[in-house]
Design a protein around this ligand. Sequence first.
Ligand code: ZN
Length: 174
Amino acid sequence: MENLPTHLEKILRVIEYDDRGTMSGKIVCECGCETFGIKYFGENYAPHCLGVQKVEEQKYACVVKADCRNCGKEWLIFDFAKHAYDGLICEDGVTVPDERLVTAVAGEEHDFRIEISIEFDDEEQFTEEVVDNPPEGMSFAPDDRINIWSWVVIDLKCVKSGKVLKDFVNIELA
Ligand SMILES: [Zn+2]
């Protein structure tokens, strides 16, 4: 049985899964729709390539949210402060208010399909580095490793043209 990131449990359809530390899949709303609008925060270091953005001294943010085009439900896909090893464990991350998110547009396209790949620690490494030595004031269980990522890649596929915005997000997180 695959262990999925908690915030993606209802919407991640797994394509590949390796318990030693990699998984990939596509995002499907619980209503069955695969088309989303995208809102994000981060530094566009190239068109449609998003990195973390410095928000204050030693604090960085990067967020991707998806709005279902069928039922309107909004889903958090990635937040550097919550899902990144550096953002959470090293406490480099900060969450930004929704007002700071911007809508993704690619030419005329506002509708996207979402593919995501994640890397995370294997059990031994996570236990040694995080479970047994958590940052002060935090505690983690072995199963949390799927929620604390060392790399994330998000590709967006434009629904109308079929064009793929490869590496919309491609960030090393640890
Ligand atoms: Zn939906």
